[in-house]
Write a protein of this length. Structure first.
Length: 452
């Protein structure tokens, strides 16, 4: 078989390993990469011969790298490339009958029907991991994949009929996707990735596929009170269970997290190790999903007392001279920065900024000022926009113009006083100063640990 792989990131490489060396390959990518396989009679490479602009893949203007892929028997594309493909191939083109993604292949070949899919604007990784830990603590065999854990084609052949699979599913993976999981979970939906989607309607429509193809025996778990979640939950033909509201899990007025019509007590919110009020939503989503499978309050409570969260998500780095440093580099929207700030009662030195995703930074500035930070360090491409918005709103304790993480952290260290929190929560993506949010978070942690 002749296979074209479009996008040579983790998913493209996983597809290459999945199909194996007996086929002929055309590997295409938006830019050159050091980890391309060597060209041979059976492996051809095709790419734009220059680095692309920072930002999401699928954003290049030169689409010549896609030439000829329609001649192949199967085309496996990375989901973020889909918008580029749509510019080249019309909706009624025979191309689409041969085009697929890792997620398509997974749903078409996996042995189990026990699939839990988690989507939302933020919290997907934390919620997916919590669900996995709950199920594992209950004695089940669980495979975690998607945007957290392993690439799905790396483990699809390992999955047995009675196993459970938990998938973190992003908007890109759900866009034009014709499958829904047995249990779909939709967390808070707010505006994001407007540099990829033309509008919020397109973004929400992609997310809707978490429920759209469910049957009567499936379950739709969704955030009560979020209009987008409530809107797309109506597409499910299965059982609909809101969380943050009975009969799903929610935080009762007495601080107890309870679930079910009878309000079974799980844990006092003060005993939950995860930091931040927003994480209580993730906790309640995970409890609600697992409650549909089995009901073991003591198991859930045990996990919640020990699980402290994922790397780069409100991650405690160290305390020095009475100042605590937290890495929330995964927070790449204004809303995630707002909820991160709300996780702390202490005065904040906030590090914010990065690549311009054309978000509403004036509203962000207003929300920052409401929380009375000690100081704001604005970084990256949007530093001027955020600084201007803050000053316009009457806040002047701002530093900007720093270009390396050691400089940024040194300035935060100088400004912070005992009892303060230094919080990196950028409100946008990292492109420009850093490779990605992981690189930004890793550099922050390294610089913080180097402080003396």
């Amino acid at each position: 078989m002749k296979i074209a792989i479009v996008g040579w990131g983790l998913e493209g490489q996983s597809a290459y390993e999945f199909f194996g060396p007996e086929h002929e390959y055309l590997i295409v990518n938006e830019e050159p990469r050091d980890d391309f396989p060597a060209e041979t009679e059976k492996i051809k490479l095709q790419f734009v011969d220059k680095p692309r602009q920072p930002g999401l893949t699928g954003n290049v203007g030169d689409l010549s790298y896609l030439e000829g892929i329609e001649a192949y028997d199967k085309i496996v594309y990375t989901p973020t490339v889909r918008k580029n493909l749509e510019k080249v191939f019309a909706a009624d083109s025979p191309f689409w009958s041969k085009a697929t993604t890792n997620q398509h292949i997974f749903f078409e070949t996996v042995e189990t029907k026990n699939i839990i899919g988690v989507t939302g604007t933020k919290g997907k990784g934390t919620t997916s991991t919590l669900i996995t830990k709950f199920l594992e603590a209950s004695g089940k065999k669980v495979h975690l994949g998607g945007n957290v854990g392993r690439a799905v084609l790396d483990f699809v052949r390992e999955v047995q009929q009675d196993d459970w699979v938990v998938l973190e599913l992003a908007n890109f993976q759900l866009y034009k996707f014709p499958y829904s999981p047995h249990i779909g979970v939709c967390l808070m939906l707010v505006e994001e990735h407007m540099e990829w989607h033309p509008d919020m309607e397109d973004y929400v429509d992609a997310k809707a596929n978490i429920f759209r193809w469910q049957t009567a025996g499936d379950v739709a778990v969704y955030l009560s009170g979020n209009r987008y979640c409530e809107q797309i939950s109506k597409l499910s033909k299965g059982k609909k269970v809101p969380f943050y509201k009975n009969p799903g899990a929610y935080v009762r007025d007495d601080g107890q997290i309870v679930v079910g019509k009878d309000e079974t007590q799980i844990i006092d919110k003060g005993e939950v190790k995860l930091l931040g009020e927003h994480n209580l939503q993730n906790v309640c989503a995970a409890i609600t999903a697992v409650w549909q499978i089995e009901q073991k309050p003591e198991v859930l409570a045990s996990v919640l007392k020990s699980f402290g969260g994922l790397e780069h998500r409100l991650e405690f780095v160290r305390e020095l001279s009475g100042v605590k440093y937290y890495n929330d580099s995964f927070g790449t929207t204004p809303d995630t920065t707002i909820v991160a700030m709300d996780s702390f009662a202490q005065p904040l030195v906030l590090i914010v900024g990065g690549h311009d995703k054309e978000a509403d930074y004036e509203t962000l500035a207003t929300e920052i000022i409401k929380r009375s930070p000690r100081h704001v360090i604005a970084i990256g491409q949007i530093a001027d926009r955020i600084s201007t918005a803050l000053r316009k709103a009457g806040f002047n304790d701002i530093t900007y113009g720093l270009n390396t993480m050691p400089e940024i952290v040194a300035e935060a260290h100088k400004l912070a006083k005992p009892g303060d929190v230094v919080l990196l929560s950028a409100a946008t993506s990292s492109f420009g100063l850093f490779k990605d949010y992981k690189d930004r978070g890793d550099q922050f942690k390294q610089a913080v640990r180097a402080l003396a």
